[in-house]
Design a protein around this ligand. Structure first.
Ligand code: FE2
Length: 421
């Protein structure tokens, strides 16, 4: 007797007609036509059953704050940072937690099972840290939340950022963040990378830096990050988020850089929605896209996972916790249009990001956690094409969210007909 069986599902590796049986929060069998009873049975009707979406880059202390205290008029990263500086002095722990919890519920209903969120530590009160540590405990049954200590104003540029970052780690924040391109000079940026990687190495933590998030072709912090990763033996534990400067770098230099990144096993987290919106703002025409070199990094063997970064905050007015929107944009901006490339974009918001976050028991195999999302789509490409409806979200073998199929009832000539999207 199982707790749950999902019958006749298509899996992300394109196997069709599969039954998935769950017991005690784990997947115990993935086979065709399992002959057993279960407390609950779901007929997938050939639809795609995937492990949960994973968002490896988010800012939960800012989410859903759009318009508070004002809008970002220029639309630039720098005005966003200035606006955030105004907001963080006036918001309370309770307000941050309330918005974050609201977002996590929305994210769970949209099939997201894990989020890595940066939390700003450039605030002596550490309100965001206090709020998100509380939220991490609250949402643990349905969202695995990793927190990154993020010195938004620069760990060297802001006089108390380093001590606040250490305090945040002591309070239980998981990962060391940074923003070298926002330090005062290129040298200070490199120094911040060295300092932050040493803190991570001493504490046995992972690193995830906002790195070279600009259109400056001469920004070189990812080179330093790869160097420090190797020097300190942090291979496989360091992520470079954004890396938009790589879009504008000299091709010869990049051919050397990507090999160095691969040697250091750097994890790559582009954020397509936000960077297509923010980058190239100082260009006339042609305007650069500002997405890092996704195809080349992937083909060099680096783990690449797309993040959403922002939803309704000082940097981005839109968003709805839809990782398929993120994959859709990443696919277009990166011109990843072959069948294999499009299917890979689905992996970039699921298993690649799970690998980057180091999630335990992720996947649809016996022994994995019984965490899944049933999508109204026949395969990974259709899921992206339709930004497919989440028919059911399953956590620890229990359905925590359901929605009716997306359909329209049409009547063109006196006869009703149902169209499914
Ligand atoms: Fe970010």
């Amino acid at each position: 007797m199982f707790d749950l069986i999902i019958r006749n599902a298509t899996l992300a590796d394109d196997r069709t007609g599969m039954d998935v049986a769950c017991r005690d929060g784990r997947i115990v069998a993935v086979e065709r036509a399992i002959e057993a009873e279960a407390g609950e049975t779901i007929d997938a009707d050939g639809c795609l059953l995937s492990p949960p979406f994973v968002d490896p880059h988010f800012h939960m202390d800012a989410t859903l704050s759009l318009g508070t205290p004002r809008m970002n008029v220029s639309g630039t990263l720098l005005e966003g940072i200035a606006l955030w500086g105004e907001l963080k002095t006036i918001q309370t722990v309770e307000e941050i937690a309330e918005r974050a919890l609201k977002y996590c519920e929305l994210a769970a209903a949209m099939g997201i099972g894990a989020i890595r969120s940066h939390v700003d530590v450039c605030d002596d009160t550490l309100k965001g840290v206090e709020a998100l540590l509380h939220v991490r405990r609250e949402v643990a049954p349905y969202i695995e939340l990793q927190l990154v200590a993020f010195p938004q104003d620069g760990v060297l540029r802001d006089p108390t950022a380093k001590q606040n970052l250490i305090r945040a780690l002591d309070m239980g924040v998981d990962i060391v963040g940074g923003i070298p391109h926002f330090e005062r000079t290129m040298e200070q940026g490199a120094e911040s990378v060295r300092l932050l990687c040493e803190i991570a190495a001493e504490r046995g933590l992972m690193v995830d830096m906002h790195c070279d998030e600009s259109d400056d072709p001469h920004s070189r912090h990812i080179e330093t990050l790869a160097f420090e990763t190797e020097r300190l033996g942090l291979q496989g534990r360091v992520a470079g988020s954004h890396l938009t400067s790589m879009h504008s770098m000299d091709n010869y230099y990049v051919s050397k850089l990507i090999a160095l990144m691969a040697e250091a096993d750097i994890r790559v987290i582009p954020n397509p929605l936000i960077n297509i919106m923010l980058q190239g703002r100082h260009d006339s025409y042609p305007k650069r896209r500002g997405q890092t070199r996704v195809r080349e990094l992937r083909d060099a063997g680096l783990a690449v996972g797309f993040g959403s970064d922002c939803v309704k905050d000082p940097w981005y007015s839109l968003g709805r916790a839809d990782m398929l929107d993120v994959a859709f944009m990443g696919l277009h901006v990166g011109q990843l249009s072959s069948r294999a490339d499009m299917a890979w974009c689905f992996d970039a918001v699921t298993r690649n990001s799970a690998q980057i976050m180091g999630l335990e028991g992720y996947g649809i195999e016996p022994g994995c956690r019984a965490d899944m999302v049933l999508l109204q789509a026949s395969d990974r490409i259709e899921a992206i094409r339709l930004r497919a409806h989440r028919l059911a979200v399953i956590r620890a073998g229990r359905v925590i969210s359901r929605s009716r199929p997306a359909e329209a009832t049409m009547n063109l000539s006196g006869q009703e007909k149902t169209l499914r999207f």
